[in-house]
Ligand binder design. Sequence first.
Ligand SMILES: Cc1cc2nc3c(=O)[nH]c(=O)nc-3n(C[C@H](O)[C@H](O)[C@H](O)COP(=O)(O)OP(=O)(O)OC[C@H]3O[C@@H](n4cnc5c(N)ncnc54)[C@H](O)[C@@H]3O)c2cc1C
Length: 515
Amino acid sequence: MKTFDYIIVGAGTAGAVIASRLTEDENIKVLLLEAGPHFTSIEDTPRDLLDSRAVSVDAHDWHYITQVTPGRDFPYARGKVSGGCSAVNGVISLRGLPQDFRAWAAAGNTGWDWEDILPMYKRIENDIDFGYASYHGSSGKIPIQRFKPDQYSPVVASFKESAMADGYAWVPDHNHPNGYDGVGPIPMNRAGDGSLRVSSSIAYLLDAQSRPNLTIKDRTMVNKVLFSGKQAIGVEVIHADNSVESIFGGEVILSAGTINSPSILLRSGVGPVDDLDRLKIDCVNNLQGVGSNLIDHSLAVVASYPKPGIVNETDDDVQMVIHYTAPGSSHINDMQIYCLGKLGAERFPGADPTRGLMFGTGIVINRPESRGRVTLQSSDPNQQPRIDHRLNSHAEDMRKMVDGVRRGYELLTTGALKDISDGIAVLTDDMVNDTKFIEQYITDRSATIWHAVGTCKMGPATDNHAVVDQYLKVHECTSLRVVDCSIIPDHVSRNPMLTCYAIAERLVDLIRAGH
Ligand SMILES: Cc1cc2nc3c(=O)[nH]c(=O)nc-3n(C[C@H](O)[C@H](O)[C@H](O)COP(=O)(O)OP(=O)(O)OC[C@H]3O[C@@H](n4cnc5c(N)ncnc54)[C@H](O)[C@@H]3O)c2cc1C
C-alpha cells in the first residue's frame, strides 16, 4: 500500500531541504525519517547545536571511527540529529568554484555546470555583507556573514598583516565566483549577534513541520531499502524500542550522508557483488561504485606558543583564511591556510601543556587526488561501516601538503605573527627544510576536517565508480535516488556544506521539471 509519494532517509543538510521544498506542493506527501532526534523549536534545541562558535562532535553524533591513514584510527564526527552535520559543524559557508562544476558537467553530468549551480547558491543564502551583488542572494534561508575588523582577535589581525606582507592579496569576499587567491574573512553561517548556527533543520523544517503533507519520524533508523525486482518500494526501519517496520512509498530518496547512504545501499543489496556475497546479502544490483571514491579534505597544523595575554578563551577558533593555488596545480585556489585563533595543547601532540592555549596555521588540501572507501563490516545496521580515508596517499597530495606546511610555518615565524609568538611547537627550521621529516609529520598528525564526499558518485553508467545519474537516480534501479554529499563526483575547491544545500535545491528543481 502506497502512503507517501516520497520517503526521504535522513533529515540532515540535504534531506531537510528536500522535504521542505517538496511539501510546498500540498499534493505531494513526504515521509522524512531521521535516526537522531528532531527538535521542533529553537527553544527546545540544545545549546551545543545553536552555538556557532564551537563544533559539536559528541552529544549528537554517530561516534564513528575512521582510519585516516592505514593503522591510524581517528574519531569521525557525523551529526545524528535533524539538520545532520549542518547542526554540528564549523559554520564555514564557502561555495565551490566554477571550475569544479565545469568538470562535473564535462564528465557527463548534464545540468550540473556552474550556470546551473550559481542560482542555487544564490537561492540558499541571505548574504548579509554582499547580498546586493549580482552573484549573491539576500533572501535565502541561510544567513551568512563575515567577521569585521573590530571583531578580529590579536592573532587574526596579525595573521592578516603577515599574510599580506607575504604577498597574499586582500579578498573581502571568498565567495566571489572568480575564486581569488588571497587572505580574507571567512563567510560563516551565523545569525543574530553572530552566535547562532542556523542548521538546515532550523532554516527549512521549523516552518514546514506542521504541513499536513509532511510527516517527520525521528529516532527512526533505516536499515535498508525494500525492492520489487530493481524497483524501490519502501524502507525497513528500526524504531527506538528496536521494533522493526516496513514502510512503503512511491520513491525513496537516500540523504543519509557520505558514510551512511552507501552503507544503506550495501545493506539493501546494491553494491559490488563480491562484497555483498561476503556478507551474505542478496544482490539486487551489482554496482561496483557504491562506497568507493571517498574524498576528504586533509588538515595539517603548525602551532605556535603565544606571548602572554595574546590568546584568550573567548577568542574564536577561526575567523580568517588564505586561499592559494599550489605550485604546479591544475586547479586554481586548491589550498587553504586557516588562521587558528585558539588551539588547545591537548589537540597537538608534543606541545607543552603547561603553556596554555596556542595559536597556529591549519593547512588544507581541497582538491586531493587520494581516494578512500566505505565498506560494511557486517549487515548489522548497528555496527559502524569500515571507513578508510587514505589521506595523502597520493604523492601529489603529499607534495602539496609539504609545501603548505612550509608556508604555514613561514607565516608564523615572520612579521606580525612572529611578534606575538613565543616559539613554535615541535618544529624547527631544520625539520621544516627536511622533506622526509615533514612528510612523516603530516602522516602522523593529519586529520580530516569532516568533509567526506563522493561515495555514491554522480556520473554516466560508463563510469565504473558512478552510482547515480545526473538526475541522482541510482543506475539500473527505479524509484531510488541518493541526494547528499555522497553524490559529489570530485571534491569542490572549498568546504562542502553550501554545495550540499545547492545539490538538494537542484534536485527539487529537477523533480519539478519532471525528471
Ligand atoms: C564537525 C563537523 C564540522 C564541519 N564543518 C564544516 C564547515 O564548517 N563548513 C562546511 O562547509 N562543511 C563542514 N562540515 C561538513 C558538512 O557539514 C557536511 O559535508 C554536510 O553537512 C553533509 O550533509 P549531508 O546532507 O550529506 O549529510 P548529513 O548532514 O550528515 O545528513 C545525514 C542525515 O541522515 C541521518 N541518517 C544517517 N543514517 C541514517 C539512517 N540509517 N536512518 C535514518 N537517518 C539516518 C543522519 O543522522 C543525518 O541527520 C563539517 C562536518 C562536521 C561533522
